[in-house]
Design a binder for this molecule. Structure first.
Ligand code: 5GP
Ligand code: MG
Length: 470
């Protein structure tokens, strides 16, 4: 079970007099991009916890009635997206333990769950069917049952969790946030009408009218209750945000480490133009995440920016299996060419990353099919050669296009005229943040939090991109 990668969004609210369920609904709605498989909200009115969760998008899971039933002054919510392990409502969060006295939501992944499993088995708790998140909740529940306060229970569980976690825990009267020592996944705090809001990304604060206060620090525990907000540093911080949050995952209107995600992505494009000036007639972004990068590339290079690919706005993971004819159409249900901007042109196509290469290959085919004379592929990150263990869910190493191919081999696979990746140094420089503040594991194979026995899944690779030197 521990191999279920979870790239998720978490959201929490504490505030007397606030409609916490409704605020959480809109918060999760703003975090929909972090997970589309299932969604859920738990609330507490001080004496009991209520929860509603289900499969699908936030707007599909909650009706007005569901929201009305979730009363109280504390709430936590979760959006989940998993690709391995199958989708099932059993995996939906919040996860509830301790006779409905504790609810928990988790963004991240614990690569090795051996310590948690051993602990729980020692307490006669069966772990076979439990996800990492559920094991964490169970462990906290055990300590509380043995008489610990919720804060102490979390502190005692901390050493059992080796991995990435941005977690919200709700008891009947407290909202608690914790982040792993590296702060691999983001988590921020805001104020709202005398109360507090917690969110994976700051974009959700704008949606609900909350005012950004600060990030939860790596290794910190923040406790919010009737006495207000207090904080405790549980372990020594070793800040290393996953740089892939800047590259792909976060929404452009969010801020990470105080930097605008949009501005950083635009800088990636400016940097790409410095590293790889092209003779091209038009710069076209792959929607959505390629857009800020393409804007940067076009402005630095002077090559006109055009919309050349339209994205179906309503595309998301569907529970209806497409019939074979539609499946064969592949990416066309999602992306479709605008012939007028492509035909007869030398196209510079800009995207954020290449994972398996399947989509990118179809995009090249689509552009040539629409009459492009040349297709130059530009990527705003270095080749992804190593899998993720901290909650992004990039596939097994052998499925990564860059894991066994050189850049010329990748270019040939895609069928593109040229293929260029932003240099590692160029990517770091464009963030304006120093390298040691990031986890860059998918590019370098250096995992800042011990992945323990999972290390055997990694084949060491010679990093195949040449560093950019000014
Ligand atoms: P590929 O050509 O590797 O099949 O797909 C590349 C596309 O995948 C890029 O447009 C990139 O934005 C997107 N991408 C990168 N990481 C992820 C991820 O974790 N999940 C999903 N669904 N798409 C991703
Ligand atoms: Mg994309």
């Amino acid at each position: 079970m521990s191999d279920i990668g979870e790239k998720c969004g978490v959201f929490g609210v504490y505030g007397k007099g606030l409609d916490v369920a409704r605020i959480s609904f809109f918060g999760l709605f703003a975090l929909q991009h972090r997970g589309q498989e299932s969604s859920g909200i738990a609330t507490s009115a001080g004496w009991r916890i209520a929860c509603h969760k289900g499969m699908g998008l936030v707007s599909q899971v909650f009706s007005e009635d569901d929201i009305k039933k979730l009363t109280g002054h504390i709430a936590i919510g979760h959006n989940r997206y998993s690709t391995a392990g199958g989708s099932h409502v059993d995996h939906a969060q919040p996860t509830i333990v301790g006779d409905w006295s504790i609810a928990l939501v988790h963004n991240g992944n614990i690569p090795s769950t051996v310590a948690l499993e051993e602990f729980l088995r020692g307490k006669d708790i069966e772990t076979d069917k439990l996800s990492d998140s559920r094991m964490i909740a169970q462990a906290i529940g055990v300590f509380v049952k043995e008489g610990a306060t919720i804060e102490d229970a979390i502190k005692k569980t901390f050493p059992l969790m080796t991995g990435a976690f941005s977690i919200l825990v709700m008891s009947k009267d407290k909202l608690i946030a914790i982040r792993d020592e590296c702060g691999i996944r983001p988590l921020s705090i805001a104020t709202l009408n005398g109360g507090f809001v917690l969110s994976s990304e700051t974009c959700a604060f704008q949606t609900v009218g909350a005012e950004f206060l600060r990030d939860v620090n790596p290794g910190e525990m923040v406790v919010i209750d009737a006495n207000g907000l207090r904080s405790e540093q549980i372990v020594k911080p070793n800040p290393k945000l996953d740089i892939f949050e800047f590259v792909y995952f976060a929404r452009p209107d969010s801020h990470l480490l105080g930097k605008s995600v949009y501005s950083v992505r635009r800088n990636f494009g400016v940097q790409l133009a410095k590293e790889y000036p092209l003779r091209a007639d038009v710069v076209i972004p792959v929607p959505e995440t390629g857009v800020p990068v393409a804007i940067g590339y076009a402005s630095e290079s002077g090559i006109p920016l055009e919309m050349g690919i339209a994205k179906n706005r309503y595309i998301h993971r569907t529970f209806i299996q497409p019939e074979q004819h539609i499946r064969d159409q592949g990416v066309k249900a999602k992306l479709s060419p605008i012939i007028e901007t492509i035909k007869g042109k030398r196209v510079a196509i800009v995207d954020d990353s290449i994972v398996r290469g399947t989509t990118s290959r179809k995009i090249v085919e689509m552009l040539f099919g629409a009459g492009a004379t040349e297709v130059h592929y530009l990527i705003s990150s270095p080749p992804i050669m190593f899998p993720d263990f901290y909650g992004i869910d990039t596939p097994k190493q052998r499925d990564l296009l860059a894991s066994d191919k050189s850049i010329p081999e990748m270019r040939a696979y895609l069928g593109a005229t040229s293929l260029n990746f932003l240099s590692y140094n160029g990517m770091i420089k464009a963030t304006g943040i120093s390298e040691d503040k990031f986890s860059t594991s998918c590019f370098t194979g250096e995992y800042p939090i011990d992945i323990k026995e999972r290390m055997k899944e990694i084949v060491a690779k010679k990093v195949c991109y040449t560093p950019f030197v000014e």
